[in-house]
Design a protein around this ligand. Structure first.
Ligand SMILES: [Zn+2]
Ligand SMILES: [Zn+2]
Length: 258
């Protein structure tokens, strides 16, 4: 792997993310997990950190998936999803770990709004275990989370994407810059808008810190959920306009392929 020097002024570097305690409750159902001595004896960590039956309720995205965005595609021979055939995405490639199932949605809801920030550790381990090859192919210099608005940050207390990115970075040995990209203004909630309105709404929503030097860097953009790719496109455009060479996208969940 090519070693690149990362500019010192690339934004706030997340440190000590790995100090978060591992969830004592199952990240899927929220019930207490039994003590698992096998884990200490070198058993499979992730298996000991979630109920077996609950873990199976998360649906891993496996082939065939879209070679551009990572969404599942219908047929084995399909290279791209419907969306990507009709959209000129701003990022190089994207992958998601899970289908946005009811189980995944409930887990992420508890993580974002229910005080279960420790789930980030479980999410990151699952990402690293299943998408390690993708991350190595992308060979990012730094990880950058999709930012949330200052109002949301104040309300929620943390950026869900930042915490996931920091934990993945700890496992992958890649630095995560939490405030390199920021949200310029409050936008209308995306779920209330159609695709074109989303794009217009988002086009100017993201900006890179002026004191950040990201010239020529390969960046992995991290978020919790991928829907149409509009957010990833807007972030990628801002990063590339600021000098990033490539942007690869990594998300926890994606909606089923169109
Ligand atoms: Zn469970
Ligand atoms: Zn696609």
């Amino acid at each position: 792997m090519e070693i690149r020097s990362v500019p010192a002024a690339a934004g706030r570097l997340l440190e000590g993310i790995g100090d978060i305690v591992y969830p004592a409750v199952c990240p899927v159902c929220g019930d207490k997990l039994p003590f698992a001595p096998a884990f200490r004896a070198g058993g499979s960590p992730a298996r000991m950190r979630v109920h077996e039956k609950c873990r199976d309720s998360f649906m891993l995205i496996e082939e065939p998936y879209c070679l551009k965005c990572g969404k599942p595609v219908q047929a084995e021979g399909d290279e791209y999803c419907y969306d990507c055939l009709h959209t000129d995405h701003q990022f190089e490639r994207g992958r998601s770990l899970w289908i946005y199932s009811d189980a995944a949605a409930a887990s992420i809801f508890a993580y974002k709004y229910g005080g279960r920030q420790e789930y980030a550790k479980f999410y990151a381990e699952e990402v690293w275990r299943n998408l390690k090859d993708y991350i190595k192919d992308a060979d990012p210099d730094i990880l950058v989370p999709v930012p949330i608005s200052p109002a949301k940050l104040a309300e929620r207390g943390f950026n869900q994407a930042e915490l996931i990115a920091g934990n993945i970075g700890d496992l992958a040995g890649i630095k995560t810059y939490g405030d390199l990209l920021f949200r310029v203004r409050k936008t209308t909630p995306q779920k209330e808008l159609g695709r074109n309105a989303r794009l217009a709404n988002l086009r100017k929503a993201f900006r890179v810190r002026e004191d950040a030097d990201i010239q020529g860097l390969r960046i992995m953009l991290v978020d919790d959920v991928y829907t149409t790719g509009a957010t990833a496109d807007a972030c990628s455009r801002a990063l590339k306009e600021a000098g990033a060479e490539q942007v690869w996208v990594l998300t926890l969940c994606t909606g089923a392929g169109a």
